[in-house]
Design a protein. Sequence first.
Length: 299
Amino acid sequence: MELRQLEIFRAIAEELHFGRAAERMFLAQASVSQQLQRLESDVGVRLVDRSSRTVRLTPAGKVFLAEAERVLSAADHAVHRAREVAAGWYDALRIATNYPASRLLLLPLLEDLRAQNPGLATMLREMGSPEQLRALRRGDLDLALVYGPVVVPGVTSAHLLDVPVVAIVRPGHPLAGRERLRYDEVLSFPRMTGYQGGGTVIEEALVATAARYGTELPRTPSTTELSGYLLELETSDAIGFCSLPRAEQHRANGVHVLRLAPAEPSLPIHVAWSESADEPLVNSTVAQLVRLAETVRKA
């Protein structure tokens, strides 16, 4: 049994069509059929029922697919870890963060870690929350600083702090120069709730808070990539919504920041880690983040 056979079987299981599976794997259809036959011969049971009209997994094939996924995931993880070692990241503390957490927590955390653990290697990434949690489950991260709440099997988390959501508009916008923005006024303009992959939590917080104060905002999650977010904002009368730390970054590009009234939505930042992680450095870093968050909240 070979990993390539497992990959071909997964393609068949997901496509339920030999032609499409062959295209996906860049193989001839006959080759896909041969590899499946060899796999079934090695396993000793039929994994796929196929006819001229349908392709479907047998009960044994469904169970085998779940186990094959674990094998392929482990192989991907092994490759990733080997590349980390080759790049000099072996035994590094691997931390990913979203933007607000990087500004509020990560820099002081790194200073403390390096003071207490001279020579400690750290690998840092800025990633969206869903991507961080997937990497954490794969074992590619030790700690993730994400928007919560975190409800992911095998992952535990601790709430650190909340960051406010604010509005931003271009120079010359009808609202430019204002300090406050009411929720009912939002209805008069197009709105952007963040870039693709990062806007959902902002959208949900905005809509929920507006509803508590009597304004029903239709859900319009953004599909704009981060690289095009400011360009779209600067060339329209849209109102953008983002975390306060991100808005402070955008001030350098001339945007105006408006606080939402009568109360602002907030985004909870959590630290998340694998339940299977029982490493003293991970545990002590989590405790350190909780202490730092308390300091930030009091500031």
